[in-house]
Design a protein. Structure first.
Length: 100
C-alpha cells in the first residue's frame, strides 16, 4: 500500500466552513449530459473507459521504449544519483548526438 506524501496535510473541517446545500443551490444543478455533453457521449461510447492503472493515449509520444545492455559501472554510476537515472542517461546520449 502506498504511503501518502508528507506534504499533504490533513485538514479538519469545521461546520462553519462547509456551505449549506439548500433548495436554491439544488435548483441551479443540471444533469451532466446537459452541462458536458461531449464528455458524457465519449464515456458512453467507450472512448473514455480505461482499465484501472491503464494509461491514456499520449498526444505526441516523445520517447520510444527500447532494451539495451549497459555495463554494470555505467548503470551503477547513474543509479547512485537517485530516481530519474534513466532520464539522465537519455540526457547524456542526447548531448552526444547533438555534438556529433
Amino acid at each position: 500500500m502506498r504511503k501518502k506524501p508528507d506534504n499533504i496535510l490533513q485538514k479538519e473541517w469545521h461546520e462553519a466552513e462547509i456551505p449549506e446545500f439548500n433548495s436554491a443551490k439544488m435548483s441551479k444543478m443540471r444533469p451532466a449530459n446537459e452541462v458536458l455533453p461531449d464528455v458524457v457521449a465519449a464515456y458512453h461510447s467507450g472512448t473514455l473507459k480505461r482499465k484501472r492503472g491503464q494509461r491514456g493515449v499520449q498526444k505526441s509520444p516523445t520517447k520510444q521504449a527500447v532494451s539495451i545492455r549497459l555495463s554494470t559501472e555505467v548503470v551503477d554510476f547513474f543509479k547512485q544519483s537517485g530516481k530519474g537515472w534513466q532520464t539522465r542517461v537519455d540526457d547524456v546520449l542526447r548531448e552526444y548526438v547533438v555534438s556529433h
